[in-house]
Design a binder for this molecule. Structure first.
Ligand code: DQA
Length: 147
């Protein structure tokens, strides 16, 4: 079984982008962590990043065809994208929303998420570990489905 891990705009710049907020690790490090954590659960990961809203929508559609769940850090699109919300709703997969930073300690425009209403839950503020926690949550969920 496969999970999709989907990253939105500017996350390709991790490591150099506001390290005080997002930490010093690159997206490549997070990708390696995701593969390791998924493998420990007997799962594979499709890992993607895009700066384009429509491409993220199409990746969600692709996940609908080949994955059992989606981990999504939609970056700023979290706070703006009805299209991403609709795509996630359309594919009916379990979704876990992740943010590296604790968005609730930050500007009020980051407190609202369009995606959270269709997510199983939201993990925010644990840095890259949040991706591992999200994979654990989806792994538990797919195990339940198989039993
Ligand atoms: C983020 C938080 C968002 O508000 C921001 O726009 C990002 C990253 C995070 O991982 O903390 O790009 O999703």
């Amino acid at each position: 079984d496969r999970l999709m891990v989907l990253n939105g705009p500017n996350l390709n710049l991790l490591g150099q982008r506001e390290p005080g907020v997002y930490g010093g690790d690159t997206l490549a490090t997070i990708e390696a962590l995701c593969h390791d954590r998924a493998r420990a659960h007997g799962l594979a990961v499709d890992f993607h990043q895009s700066n384009h809203e429509g491409e993220l929508v199409e990746l969600v559609h692709a996940a609908g065809a080949r994955c059992r769940g989606i981990v999504v850090n939609a970056g700023a699109y979290t706070h703006t994208s009805v299209a991403l919300l609709d795509a996630l709703r359309a594919v009916r997969l379990p979704v876990v929303e992740v943010h590296l930073s604790n968005v609730f300690q930050r500007e009020s425009f980051r407190h609202h998420s369009y995606i959270a209403p269709v997510a199983l839950g939201v993990i925010s503020g644990f840095g890259k570990d949040g991706y591992a926690f999200a994979i654990d949550a989806l792994a538990a969920r797919t195990r339940e489905e198989r039993n």
